[in-house]
Design a protein around this ligand. Structure first.
Ligand code: SAM
Length: 265
């Protein structure tokens, strides 16, 4: 029996109906490549094994990865990769002409990093059905002006359409975590083109600078990032209040400001 490792966020899903609801939320995957993040003991993997065209399960725990690898040894469409998801080049696992789907009851200690890792591979992904701590899910799905809206919300909604599917109590897991958990579905559809942005990483950087300190206004955050007051005043769009915080603005407004600053150089 593999030793339980709490540090790796190991709370295994034991609620039978939730396991099926997560797999069902991927839709028809009979011809799809599915990447599973942290398959653990196979709670979701076992269901996907009979459904996915191809299944690649990425697990950091050596013992769990070995158990799974031997369980699926004769199933040619299943591959278990013993690796840290954050060190895994996702695009190298996905056949060139295809888009893959992602599933996972995520290790909660690195949820945001995993989401950023997925966004970086967004051109190669279709949808992702992932479980995370309820509070993080609320931040991901929050709308501008909401208490929970911040950089994680803006970035998630820049790359994806986000749906909140359902929430589970601690008792759905063994051992139970101290928090409630929520399953979100991400449909990858980056909005850069529609927002008039040519350089995705420059806009990602601009968002990071804009949200750097929650208690500061947007213009003060941008000044801390090196923009000059004169440039900000000259380029500032009339539709954005001068004292606005990034947390109150839509992605359209952030993009409008970004483009105006770019043109003012
Ligand atoms: N999918 C299983 C389930 O639902 O029962 C396990 C989910 S458990 C919340 C998270 C899993 O992610 C664990 O199996 C853990 O070992 C694995 N894990 C933790 N850190 C990881 C990492 N950096 N890369 C890949 N897997 C990781």
């Amino acid at each position: 029996m593999p030793k339980h490792k709490p540090k790796l966020g190991q709370n295994f899903l034991v609620d039978e109906s939730a396991r099926h609801r997560i797999a069902d939320a991927l839709g028809d995957i009979g011809h799809r490549t599915v990447l599973e993040i942290g398959p653990g003991k196979g709670a979701i993997t076992d269901i996907l094994a009979g459904r996915a065209g191809r299944l690649i399960a990425i697990e950091l725990d050596n013992e769990l990865a070995q158990v799974l690898a031997s369980r699926y040894a004769v199933r040619e469409h299943i591959r278990v990769v013993h690796q840290d998801i954050l060190d895994t080049d996702l695009t190298s696992l996905i056949p060139a002409v295809e888009k893959a789907d992602v599933v996972g009851n995520l290790p909660y200690y690195i949820t945001s990093d995993i989401l950023l890792h997925l966004f970086a591979a967004s051109a190669h992904l279709g949808r992702a059905v992932v479980m995370m701590q309820r509070e993080v899910a609320e931040r991901v799905a929050a709308t501008p002006g909401n208490r929970d809206y911040g950089l994680l919300s803006a970035t998630s909604q820049l790359y994806c359409r986000v749906e909140n599917l359902f929430t589970l109590p601690p008792g759905a897991f063994s051992p139970p975590p101290e928090v409630y958990s929520t399953v979100l579905r991400f449909t990858f559809a980056p909005r850069f083109h529609e927002l008039g942005i040519n350089d995705a990483s420059a806009f990602d950087r601009f968002l990071k600078q804009s949200f750097a300190q929650k208690r500061k206004t947007l213009s003060n955050n941008l000044r801390s990032a090196g923009y000059e007051m004169r440039q900000l005043t000259a380029a500032w769009p009339a539709s954005i209040p001068p004292q606005a915080r990034a947390e109150a603005l839509s992605l359209e407004q952030m993009a409008e400001l970004y483009r105006a600053l770019l043109e003012s150089i």
